[in-house]
Design a protein around this ligand. Structure first.
Ligand code: ADP
Length: 488
């Protein structure tokens, strides 16, 4: 066990499955280590569920659904609110846990927890406003209306880069709508999920309404997709796995919300405010060491501002402090694994081979292992791997361009379409480029766009559906039309 584990509050360090309101080992008795990405040491051993354990969770979720969906919305709302308050109260403890399993700096971990909790606060309110409508009738003897009813059992399959927020932005609308939910967190980061479940239980969320089942994605995903009782699966992760889930769900006609990969363009036009553009690029590129699906993956810079931007960006990048997320002053933690380091390296080597120049960084820091130096590349081009795939690391590649048309064409030249950013002070250009970018989320003069009240999601191969905002609850409800005759 690594020493930092001693900093983790005992009541939140859960290592068993949370099913039907209880805590139990996997029925095959297996467990799997959670590795601290900063040290390579084991933080805890967590239960590995069998397919039968997943079926038990679905059984419990189905049973709990009946009561939870009939609980009046204000009462559900109050219970959710309590969960929100407990998470906020325990934010420091949760941050220790999150940093231990994921690596991001403690301040960022705390920020993620408060951001994630915000979804509960927001959807707790929204539970009370899940309105239907009365339709003007076509017949004096009839009345017509719609209601939104909870779909039933739902599931969330989540990634390791935001172990807390990716869960809460699914669980909050699901529970607010009256659904029960089973969470299958990433194998790398199950501890935050289990701690959130412990707090949900403390808040009074009834047994079976929220379960956490840890273990293999392919094995447990298969059980979830094949079971007719699971009505919605909300997934955040790779496009490849999103496609597998969709194919597997065909047999049970499941509703899927898919938040998949990105390849975000960030465009700096000549008329941008230089300092703000650099700040936006830093925010977007280096949050979570570049391991987010909305990270700027390709930075397009117009001729007139190119050199000044590169110089200013390099200066800001040099200020980043790479280290263990628990050390004071760290602004960039380790990458999640040595395999993640290999991918960044592959992108750098490919770029060099194709004529780009590494002007800063390019390798691990002197700490080695998973600590990568913020890397700046210039003279990058759209044919390089770093522009085709998500790097998921602290690598900022700059691609030069001349005209607005050229920038838009290059920005859209990708199968992905999640986030896009650009910097300009010209209102005409702001309108044109916002409309032309083939993405689900546009940041204009900012690199930070996430907010629980705004809809988040992609187009093209980046996914289907939206999370957050009043639209984010739609995946968890069915629109039911009721026609009453004989009222005249
Ligand atoms: P990443 O590349 O970020 O690890 P993945 O898409 O592989 O993204 O994983 C995201 C989540 O999907 C994890 O919880 C993982 O366990 C799960 N997962 C991986 N493969 C499958 C699968 N075939 N079916 C269902 N879930 C899966």
């Amino acid at each position: 066990m690594s020493t930092p584990a001693t900093l983790i509050a005992d009541d939140l360090l859960r290592t068993q499955l949370h099913i039907a309101g209880g805590w139990r080992d996997g029925s095959a008795g297996e467990s799997s280590p959670v590795i601290d990405p900063a040290t390579g040491e084991t933080v805890a051993e967590v239960a590995v569920a069998t397919p039968d354990d997943m079926v038990a969770a679905i059984d419990a979720a189905q049973e709990a659904f009946a009561g939870w969906s009939r609980t009046p919305a204000p009462q559900r709302s109050r219970i959710l609110r309590r969960w929100y308050e407990l998470i906020v109260e325990r934010a420091d403890d949760l941050a220790q846990l999150l940093t231990a399993e994921q690596g991001k700096p403690l301040a960022e971990a705390r920020g993620e927890i408060l951001y994630g909790a915000g979804f509960i606060e927001w959807f707790a309110e929204e539970a009370k406003r899940l309105y239907g409508e009365v339709i003007p009738t076509n017949n004096p003897d009839r009345r017509m209306m719609t209601i939104r009813s909870a779909v039933g059992v739902t599931a969330a399959i989540t990634p390791w880069n935001f172990p807390c927020a990716m869960i809460l932005r699914k669980a909050a609308p699901a529970l607010a709508a009256g659904c029960s939910m089973i969470i299958k967190p990433a194998e790398e980061t199950p501890l935050s999920a289990l701690a959130l479940a412990a707090l949900a239980q403390e808040a009074g969320i009834p047994a079976g309404v929220l379960s956490v089942v840890t273990g293999s994605g392919p094995r447990l995903g298969e059980v979830l997709t094949r079971d007719e009782r699971v009505r919605t699966i909300s997934f955040t992760g790779s496009t490849e796995v999103g496609r597998i889930l969709m194919a597997q769900s065909a047999g049970t006609l499941k509703r899927l919300a898919l938040e998949l990969g990105g390849n975000a363009p960030l465009i700096v036009f000549d008329d941008a405010d230089l300092d703000n553009a650099v700040k936006g690029a830093m925010d977007s590129k280096f949050r979570n060491a570049g391991q987010t699906c909305v990270c700027a993956n390709r930075i397009f810079v117009q001729d007139g501002i190119h050199d000044a931007f590169v110089e200013a960006l390099g200066r800001e990048m040099a200020k980043l402090r790479v280290g263990d997320g628990r050390e004071p002053g760290t602004t960039q933690g380790p990458l999640i694994s040595p395999a993640a380091v290999d991918k960044v390296r592959r992108h750098i080597d490919d770029a060099r081979d194709k004529g780009a120049r590494v002007v800063q960084g390019g390798d691990l820091t002197e700490r080695g292992r998973t600590f990568f130096t913020p890397t700046l590349i210039v003279d990058a081009s759209p044919d390089m791997l770093l522009a085709r795939e998500e790097t998921f690391g602290p690598l900022a590649p700059v691609i030069r361009f001349s005209t607005e048309e050229e920038a838009i064409r290059m920005a859209n030249d990708t199968e992905f379409g999640l986030a896009g950013y650009f910097f300009s002070r010209d209102i005409g250009r702001i309108t044109r480029v916002s409309e032309a970018l083939e993405v689900g989320v546009v940041g204009v003069n900012t690199g930070l766009i996430s907010y629980e009240g705004a809809p988040f999601g992609g187009v093209k191969q980046s996914g289907i559906g939206r999370e957050g905002s009043r639209h984010g609850i739609e995946e968890y409800t069915d629109l039911k039309y009721i026609c009453i005759e004989g009222v005249a």
